[in-house]
Design a protein around this ligand. Sequence first.
Ligand code: MLT
Length: 264
Amino acid sequence: METNLNGIRLHYEDVGAGPALLLLHAFPLNGAMWRQQVEWLRGEYRLIVPDLRGFGGSDAPPGPATMEQQADDMAALLEQLGVARAVVVGLSMGGYIAFAFWRRHADKVAALALADTKAGADSEEGRAGREANARLAEEQGANAIAEKMIPSLVATGATQALRDELRAMIGANSPDGIAAALRGMAMRPDSTPDLASISVPTLLIVGEADALTPPAEATKINMGVAGRPSYVAVLPDVGHLSAMEAPEAFSIALAEFLGPLGDW
Ligand code: MLT
């Protein structure tokens, strides 16, 4: 489906019925990375799965795509769909956006599921690396980003089929959208001071072999989240893209977290 919001055309899926989940994908993928979670959960939940600004079938306007802008896009999407509150599920960049969403639209958050992400901002070196990757995307295209990133996105044991799927998904993205997201991520603030304000149930999921945001980052978030108990699920033999590498274990962890929440 498609809608117009905040000056762009946004592509999204809206599947199933029941309490709503908003699934925020990783960089530089698109909403299709959640395909298997959608199959697992659609019997009981409504799954709203956007291609974030700059990715998949959504527009890729120029300029940094800040986490705040992405969060505001998501708030507008929920409003258009008549969804008052959702469980916000974000993997990696999706987690950065979930933190921004919490800061700006906490009234819309029933619970958080943060996967393979971190609360901290980029280091100077990290920002410089993002700018180099933004230029790589602009000069050599999305396939160059796919080749560079895939080895660090998945565990060494990841299948060739998954690597091929990622290559196709990343390669189909707009180089401008990739560059805008990289510059937007580089600008994101440190979310650590916000953790103590998180008063909704929170689940952390992380691949044991996540090379980009290792389990220690999930533990840091878990320790910082105040108010309500939070949980950490560490998925064995899995890298950064845990939802794609271990779809069943990821979906079960999510379902076990959601069940006791009842309706929202
Ligand atoms: C992601 O998976 O979304 C990215 O690795 C996040 C990042 O580059 O910080």
